[in-house]
Design a protein around this ligand. Structure first.
Ligand code: DC
Length: 224
């Protein structure tokens, strides 16, 4: 028997990270923040002065990442090689670098096993762009969480302001739109709902309402 897996894919600001954490907490499952993996890689490459289009160098850097994701009700921690990665991961620079390294097929391949290894007992909740389509095609429940771009930009803005960063609303919206296009149109593992995913629009919903929605789906399938 393999461990049960719930995947929550969607664009930036759809609320998938918060919702994934709340569901993992409720079920006592492990949590996989796959975007953090791409963010860590983007930052590590920048620090090592590796060009973000050098797929060979990026793929070998990917092989050296040892990551885990302990979490509680408030936040998810990212542990890289035994040490916590700080708030740098949540900057626009990290988001942009992540989206750029993520277009390379070799990089995505290199990160596949690291992601699949997280699916262990008692179960896994993962969020990302391609978890339901590519990484866990046999997941027990697949969610595609979306929201209109203005709502997503506002959420991202508030998140960055609350973490003490100085940012402009218009810049956030522009960056989000650029990243959306790159993530949705790339040749490998583009951001699209899996055929058997439930699409939920969170534009007018709180995180608790989305969680309740997913809980109903989970129970209806007899998986609770
Ligand atoms: O979810 P996030 O905003 O932290 O993701 C940052 C970037 O990483 C996103 O713009 C695209 C990339 N990514 C990906 O390609 N595949 C995933 N499963 C998760 C993230």
């Amino acid at each position: 028997m393999t461990a049960p897996v719930i995947t929550i894919d969607g664009p930036s600001g759809s609320g998938k990270g918060t919702v994934a954490r709340l569901i993992a907490l409720e079920l006592g499952f492990h949590l996989l923040d796959s975007g953090a993996i791409y963010r860590v890689l983007g930052l590590a490459a920048t620090d090592a002065r590796i060009q973000l289009d050098d797929s060979d160098a990026l793929a070998s850097l990917s092989d050296s990442l040892n990551l885990s994701f302990p979490y509680n009700a408030q936040c998810t921690q990212i542990i890289l090689n035994g040490a916590s990665v700080g708030d740098r991961l949540r900057t626009q620079v990290a988001a942009d670098a992540a989206s750029r390294v993520a277009i390379h097929p070799r990089v995505r391949d290199a990160l596949m096993n690291l992601q699949r290894r997280q699916a262990r007992d008692p179960g896994l909740v993962g969020d990302g762009r391609d978890l339901g389509t590519i990484v866990f095609p046999d997941a027990d429940l697949k969610i595609f969480l979306d929201a209109n771009v203005e709502v997503r930009a506002e959420r991202r803005y508030l998140e960055l302001i609350q973490s003490g960063q100085t940012v402009e609303r218009s810049a956030i919206l522009r960056d989000l739109e650029i990243r959306d296009v790159r993530d949705r149109t790339r040749e490998v593992a583009p951001l699209i709902p899996a055929n058997n995913a439930y699409v939920i629009d969170s534009s007018d919903k709180t995180a608790a309402q989305v969680v309740a929605n997913i809980r109903d789906l989970w129970r209806a399938r007899g998986l609770a």
